[in-house]
Design a protein. Structure first.
Length: 89
C-alpha cells in the first residue's frame, strides 16, 4: 500500500506485476484478489466514515489495476482464439 502514494511507484508496481503474469490463470487470480480487497476496503471505508480519503484512493487504484488486468485477460483470450482458428484452418 505504501507504493500507492507515488504515481511512478504505482505504475512500476503494475509493470512488475505484469512481468510475473505468465498466463490467463494468473490474471484471473489477480482480478479475484483485487475484488476481494476492494470489498474489504469498502467495509473499512464505511466503518471509518467519509473523511478517509486515503482508503478511497486505494479503492480507486485497486479498481484501475483490476481493469487493466481484465483488459489484458481479454487480449490473451483473443490471441488464443486466433491461434485456435489458425490451427483449425
Amino acid at each position: 500500500l505504501y507504493m500507492m502514494d507515488e504515481v511512478e511507484h504505482r505504475e512500476s508496481a503494475f509493470q512488475e506485476l505484469l512481468k510475473r503474469v505468465t498466463n490467463s490463470y494468473n490474471l484471473r487470480y489477480i482480478i479475484r484478489f483485487f475484488e476481494s480487497h476492494k470489498e474489504r476496503a469498502w467495509q473499512e471505508l464505511v466503518r471509518l466514515g467519509p473523511t478517509s480519503y486515503d482508503l478511497g484512493y486505494i479503492i480507486s487504484f485497486t479498481e484501475s489495476l483490476k481493469s487493466k488486468a481484465s483488459r489484458l485477460l481479454k487480449q490473451i483470450e483473443i490471441l488464443k482464439e486466433g491461434r485456435r482458428a489458425k490451427a483449425i484452418s
